[in-house]
Design a protein around this ligand. Structure first.
Ligand code: PMP
Length: 463
């Protein structure tokens, strides 16, 4: 019998993890076999993580696109502590509320785009997108148009992991074998010029064509049956897909023309990520509903929200009967107190402006310096969201086969060399904490180049 590993060591935690812990989006067989177990993260400060072996990693992903104010901020811990002592929990069902929930609602209404003045809380982005499905169907029911119940989304979209939010999502591997998408969920092409543009089609023309794919779908289903279109302003988990400038204004026009509600999923894009409080601002989106999570508390505690426009809110408020939907933790006082402290920190430190004026242009410039690398087909960024596309042939931007293999190689080199950069297919994606400083961006790019070189070496490509 092998002896049990010593407590509080990597071997011990790994053994427990393998034996008892089913982690999300994990190939359990490989984890138990060739991968040899999980990396155990034990501490973090600023933009750096520390693992159980004492290795430091620059977190180029802000956790899962969420730790906007960076790790180890006492203000957020103190807000949680104080609120836990005062009122650790009370629900917001049946005509009750708590000070943090209502104060956060007011604050969100202040910073959100114009006309979004009401908030429904949840604990995750998935829950918020489920809420959106029910809010939208409730809206059309109250309007006397219950047949308007279909949703349109896009390929490569990520809207969550629950049954409804995964139906909104456009990732076939999350749907096949699970009876998804549920009936009434449709998908069209994303505004992803690199993969979907026709030969010699420029980004502006492509953006219009991608938007018109939504209109074609509305006409195919019937405008009297389509309830809403949902999209992330920039598709994050789909690979940091930044739409051409022509895309969103055309989507806005199409939704208005066919009386289809427009939902902006700002779960990744919100709270300063793009150098604006919300990405709807620079993209010219006027959403009827907007979903938020992640950066709302910088990931320190679970919280999400759906912002509801006056147009939708007034109908909900005039409707007979209750909206039969909600979660035990809707408006959780501790989570709301942390969100208030988090937003106050973002304001006090001017992080939105810092991204827009200083770090986003710097990241863009530094990413551009990688464009000469033999593996790099394209670099792109918007705010502090970036992507480096790895291709087999630079001129034609032909992908490696099988897709995803080279991205995974590069990601593993990054991990081994102290950088967290995630691979989406063969695109290396970046979303560092908003507090990142320019010397840390230099460090990030230097490490990225080293890992691109190591990946090229594995593929016998000269650098
Ligand atoms: N929407 C978007 C755009 C997301 O990126 C995510 C998570 N990555 C979600 C929704 C789901 O959020 P959660 O994992 O908190 O359920």
């Amino acid at each position: 019998m092998p002896s049990e590993p010593i407590r509080n060591t990597t071997a011990h935690w790994r053994a427990l993890d393998l034996r008892h812990h089913l982690s999300p989006f994990t190939d359990y067989k490989t984890l138990k076999g060739s991968d040899g177990g999980s990396r155990i993260i034990t501490e973090a400060k600023g933009v750096y993580l520390t693992d159980s072996e004492g290795q430091t990693l620059l977190d180029g992903m802000a956790g899962l696109w969420c730790v906007n104010v960076g790790y180890g901020r006492p203000e957020l811990a103190e807000a949680a502590y104080r609120q836990m002592l005062e009122l650790p929990y009370y629900n917001t069902f049946f005509k009750t509320a708590t000070p943090p929930a209502v104060e956060l609602s007011e604050k969100l209404a202040q910073i959100a785009p114009e006309g979004l003045n009401r908030v429904f809380f949840g604990s995750s982005g998935s829950e918020s997108n489920d809420t959106v499905v029910r809010l939208v169907r409730r809206y059309w029911n109250l309007k006397g148009q219950p047949e308007k119940s279909h949703f349109i989304s896009r390929t490569h979209a990520y809207h969550g992991s629950t049954m409804a939010s995964a139906s909104l999502g456009g990732m076939p591997f999350m749907q096949e074998g699970f009876g998804l998408p549920l009936p009434g969920f449709h998908h069209v092409m994303p505004p992803y010029w690199l993969d979907f543009a026709q030969q010699a089609e420029g980004p502006a023309d492509f953006g219009l064509r991608a938007a018109r794919a939504v209109e074609e779908k509305i006409l195919e289903i019937g405008p009297d049956k389509v309830a809403a279109f949902i999209g992330e302003p920039i598709q994050g988990a789909g690979g940091v897909i930044i739409p051409p400038e022509t895309y969103w204004p055309e989507i806005q026009r199409i939704c208005e023309r066919h009386d289809v509600l427009l939902i902006a999923d700002e779960v990744i894009c919100g709270f300063g990520r793009t150098g604006h409080w919300f990405a709807s601002e620079p993209f010219g989106i006027r959403p009827d509903l907007m979903t938020l999570a992640k950066g709302i508390t910088s990931g320190y505690i679970p919280l999400s929200a759906v912002m509801v426009s006056d147009r939708v809110g007034e109908v909900l408020e005039a409707g007979e009967g209750e909206f039969a939907h909600g979660y035990t933790y809707s408006g959780h006082p501790v989570a709301c107190a942390v969100a208030l402290a988090n937003i106050a920190l973002i304001e006090r430190e001017g992080l939105v402006e810092k991204v827009r004026e200083e770090t986003a242009p710097y990241l863009a410039e530094r990413l551009e310096s990688l464009a000469d690398h033999p593996l790099v087909g394209q670099v792109r960024s918007f705010g502090l969201l970036g992507a480096i596309e790895l291709v087999e042939d630079k001129a034609s931007r032909k992908h490696f086969e099988p897709i995803g293999r080279v991205g995974t190689l590069c990601r593993d080199h990054c991990f081994a060399n102290g950088l967290v950069m995630r691979a989406v297919r063969d695109g290396m994606v970046l979303s560092p904490p908003l507090i990142i400083e320019t010397p840390q961006i230099d460090e990030l790019i230097d490490k990225a180049r080293l890992c691109l070189d190591l990946t090229a070496k594995d593929l016998d490509i000269a650098v």
